[in-house]
Design a protein. Structure first.
Length: 329
């Protein structure tokens, strides 16, 4: 019965034993819309053809069955009745296939929501092994897809991406380096600085890791796309005249300048000079007032900045105003 493949929904067969050979009609009654779980197997007593074959009376505890009345007999569970090789009914449109494992559910969204799909894939196929070994090819594949236009809606979403990668603290630098490298070669190159800022402000990546990645990648290079200038601008300490800045205990002008100077020193001299000039112009423009008039820029800090401009630009201090176009004294 369990392996029955007939297209009909019932068949008759003689049952032997306590029924004394009287025929019963064994039927497989299907559930609504072919639902195998709602199916049941029933036995219907067939009318006797003659009085020569009396039916033995039923035990007293069981009520008598009328002729033709259905008697439900539990032969197997509904799941067992259903053919084990029968194909599963198709999933409803827009719903996940119940046959898929929960861990693989991200596959269904690869086309409609690639960001969600990649997050799920990151959780299943990790970029770091349990021993802490980086799978470079896998990381590069993830980054090449994540830097496609429209996949990640805003730079802040990279905080969630970073968390899904489960990157060991000691390995942050190599991942930041790859994000910068792949990002600057992609169509979202103008967002790379904002991504780095969000990773730092979101407490996912430490400043030394970002700084080390930049020093390694930009050594003797140039900031053609303004990535470094924008990163340094966004990391400027928050103050009454720099509301966009970063507010954190222990982060002030001195810490910001230390990072800025280290980054500028690895660049080619002319690029370092142009990057610093662009940075100072942007700080003045966005604050709405001259730097010497701002509380965060005291005379010592202005003098330090002037010395850096002279060093990188090969100019004298009295040439700063005309060369930079920013008031620094």
């Amino acid at each position: 019965l369990l392996n029955w493949r007939s297209s009909k929904d019932s068949f008759a067969m003689p049952l032997e034993g306590p029924r004394n050979g009287v025929k019963r009609k064994v039927s497989l009654v299907q559930g609504p819309a072919g639902d195998a779980k709602a199916a049941k197997v029933v036995v219907r007593q067939m009318p006797p053809r003659s009085k020569a074959a009396p039916v033995a009376p039923k035990p007293a505890e069981s009520p008598p069955q009328e002729e033709g009345e259905e008697e439900d007999i539990v032969i197997a569970s509904a799941d067992a009745v259903a053919s084990p090789s029968a194909p599963a009914s198709p999933s409803a449109p827009g719903k996940a296939d119940p046959a898929l494992r929960k861990v693989d559910s991200w596959r269904e969204f690869s086309d409609v929501d690639p960001y969600y799909a990649i997050l799920g894939e990151l959780g299943q196929f990790k970029v770091y092994s349990e021993s802490g070994q980086l799978n470079e090819d896998r990381l590069s594949d993830y980054l090449s897809r994540l830097t496609q236009p429209g996949v990640v809606e805003k730079p802040k979403d990279w905080v969630e991406i970073w968390a899904a990668m489960l990157i060991p603290v000691t390995n942050q630098t190599e991942v930041v380096l790859r994000i910068i490298e792949v990002g600057l070669q992609s169509e979202i190159a103008d967002q790379v600085a904002d991504i780095l800022v969000e990773l730092v402000k979101g407490h996912r990546c430490k400043i030394p890791a970002v700084q080390e990645a930049i020093l390694s990648l930009f050594e003797f290079g140039e900031d053609h796309q303004g990535c470094l200038m924008h990163f340094l601008y966004m990391m400027f300490p928050k103050s009454p005249t720099s509301e966009w800045g970063w507010s954190r205990v222990g982060w002030g002008w001195q810490q910001w300048w230390s990072m800025t100077e280290k980054i500028l020193k690895v660049l080619e001299s002319s690029s370092a000079f142009e990057t610093l000039c662009d940075l100072l112009r942007k700080l003045e423009a966005e604050s709405g007032t001259y730097l010497p008039h701002q509380q965060i820029w005291d005379e010592k800090r202005l003098a330090t900045t002037r010395a850096a401009l002279c060093h990188f630009g090969g100019i004298q201090e009295d040439e700063i105003q005309s060369a930079v176009g920013v008031e620094l004294s």
